[in-house]
Ligand binder design. Structure first.
Ligand code: NAD
Length: 498
């Protein structure tokens, strides 16, 4: 049995860890490895290594930093397939989808390659006679990232390329369910010439996370995961005086107006609900069918959902893989049972699916529940599986009100051919990321990603300009170089310009 170790100070180590957690192959149901779980003392070793590395990395020139980033960019591009296969084996998603994840992560690295431009400050000449003012930004120190299982490459890459480009040292605590991709990423950072200790990976569970949240030398914490844990991270790290951005869960609605093209909308709804087995924070899990066309839409969605090819992630013909664990599968199946009991109509039933040759895999078939109401558990909770709930509404304002009554505010989309309705929607919804005829509106790397309400705790969205601001703090310098032969006397009143 392979044991996945930590990456601290430029190499693998067990540190003092003895506890382990199983790593499954979701397609076969086999336990394929075990990962070490760090104790607080192990976290301290990683933070100490990072703090030592920060001293010189934070002083490295922008040229040196960008050289490393460009080399890292090339290595990620070259190893995209290797990363995608590691993701497929531990997460379960299909390789083509995993390649998409790597690509979206790579785009953040490319954004970070522009760090000299992003860190430019302001300069005001002669604000008073002989006085200039300028600003610049400095890195924070050691920053930590705590990440979920569903994007083991992309979500950490929302964080570490930007943090490292800004001159910080980084400690990543990836999900213990699919830890191997982070080890390959660590090797590629080292190969790119990043000095030892600037990027570290500590595997673990709550004990490791709490140690990071409490460590006095961790200046900031970026978290992505479920809402209850995001809220907890924000509270505990914040109480310890750290900067925190904590992105939480979601219940993303896609509204389909009667003037939308049904074929186009149903294609995109099914892909956005079932892609990656629904294990995406931007997955569409609630479709709001507006007006008279609802039956036709549900019929089209059901036919397409039933036709999704479910199979192992490594099989080129699979469109959707298994879910992450047996427990996740059972939880999702439980929600489908409850939905049926609470009165939803099963337009497509994904229970009881077996994939030939992979009978022990953690598969759930695509499921479509129609005539779902806001009171039902399937509507209220984030299921995080291939289950689409269809709610019906009579007009666009009712759909907007439904979205706004939901505690989450991560993403939402509208399908329509009306510019007026789309504009009313984009202005009316209390949601951070909005798609117009785009089902999964993940912003490009040079914008910032983040939701509203219970989908985000803290002020800062992730990557893009807000990422640079999060990982740095500003200094403003007011400077005067008087000519010694013409000394200016000091005054005792509060300084004003002259
Ligand atoms: P999770 O909250 O269970 O785990 C996230 C991280 O927190 C992991 O590293 C885990 O080890 C750690 N953790 C878990 N329980 C903890 C505890 N009690 N104390 C301290 N740390 C703990 O999330 P997950 O199941 O890995 O991922 C799925 C969730 O992530 C979904 O809710 C999804 O919507 C969300 N997500 C959100 C975004 C976003 O951008 N908003 C992106 C991806 C995933």
């Amino acid at each position: 049995m392979t044991t996945i170790e930590h990456w601290i100070g430029g190499g693998t180590t067990r540190a003092g860890s003895t506890r382990t957690s199983p790593v499954w192959n979701p397609a076969t149901g086999e336990r394929q490895a075990e990962v070490l779980l760090a104790e607080p003392a192990d976290v301290d070793v990683a933070v100490t290594a990072a703090a030592a590395a920060f001293e010189s990395w934070s002083q490295a020139s922008l040229t040196k930093r960008t050289n490393v980033l460009f080399a890292f960019r090339e290595l990620i591009a070259r190893h995209a397939r290797d990363l995608a296969e590691v993701i497929a084996d531990e997460h379960g998603k299909v390789v083509s989808d995993a390649l998409g994840e790597v690509q979206r992560g790579l785009e953040v690295v490319e954004f970070a390659c522009g760090i000299p431009n992003l860190l430019k400050g302001d300069y005001s000449d002669q604000v008073s006679t002989g006085v200039d003012v300028f600003s610049f930004r400095e890195p924070l120190g050691v920053v930590a990232g705590i990440t979920p299982f569903n994007f083991p490459v992309m979500v950490p890459m929302w964080m570490h390329p930007v943090a490292i480009a800004c001159g910080n040292a980084f400690v990543l605590k990836p999900s213990e369910r699919d830890p191997s991709a982070s080890m390959l990423v660590a090797k590629l950072w080292a190969e790119a010439g990043l000095p030892d200790g600037v990027f570290n990976v500590v595997h673990g569970d709550k004990a490791a996370v709490d140690a990071l949240l409490d460590h006095p030398d961790v200046a900031a914490v970026s978290f992505v995961g479920s809402t209850p844990i995001a809220k907890y991270i924000h509270g505990r790290a914040g109480a310890n005086g750290k900067r925190v951005q904590a992105l939480g869960g979601a219940k993303n609605h896609a509204v389909v107006l009667p003037d939308a093209d049904v074929d186009f909308a149903s294609d995109h709804l099914v892909a956005a609900a079932m892609g990656s087995a629904g294990e995406r924070c931007m997955a569409v899990s609630a479709a709001v069918a507006v007006g008279a066309g609802a039956d036709e839409l549900v019929e089209a969605v059901a036919a397409k959902a039933a036709a999704v090819r479910v199979g192992p992630g490594r099989d080129e013909s699979s469109e959707m893989g298994p879910v992450i664990t047996a427990a996740a599968r059972d939880r999702i199946l439980g929600y489908i049972d409850t939905g049926e009991k609470q009165g939803a109509t099963l337009a497509v039933d994904g229970r009881g699916l077996t994939v030939p040759g992979h009978e022990d895999g953690f598969f759930v078939g695509p499921t479509v529940l129609d005539r779902v109401t806001p009171q039902m558990d399937v509507y209220r909770d984030e299921i995080f599986g291939p289950v689409l709930s269809v709610v019906r509404a009579t007009e666009v304002d009712e759909a907007i009100a439904l979205i706004n009554a939901n505690p989450y505010g991560n993403g939402t989309a509208i399908f329509t051919s009306s510019g007026e309705a789309a504009r009313r929607f984009q202005r009316g919804v209390k949601v951070g990321m909005i798609g117009i005829n785009v089902p999964i509106p993940v912003p490009m790397a040079y914008y910032s990603f983040g939701g509203w309400k219970d989908s985000l705790f803290g002020q800062s969205h992730i990557h893009g300009p807000e990422g640079v601001a999060f990982y740095t703090r500003a200094k403003v310098v007011t400077s005067r170089w008087p000519r010694v032969e013409h000394p200016i006397g000091a005054s005792y009143h509060f300084p004003t310009t002259s």
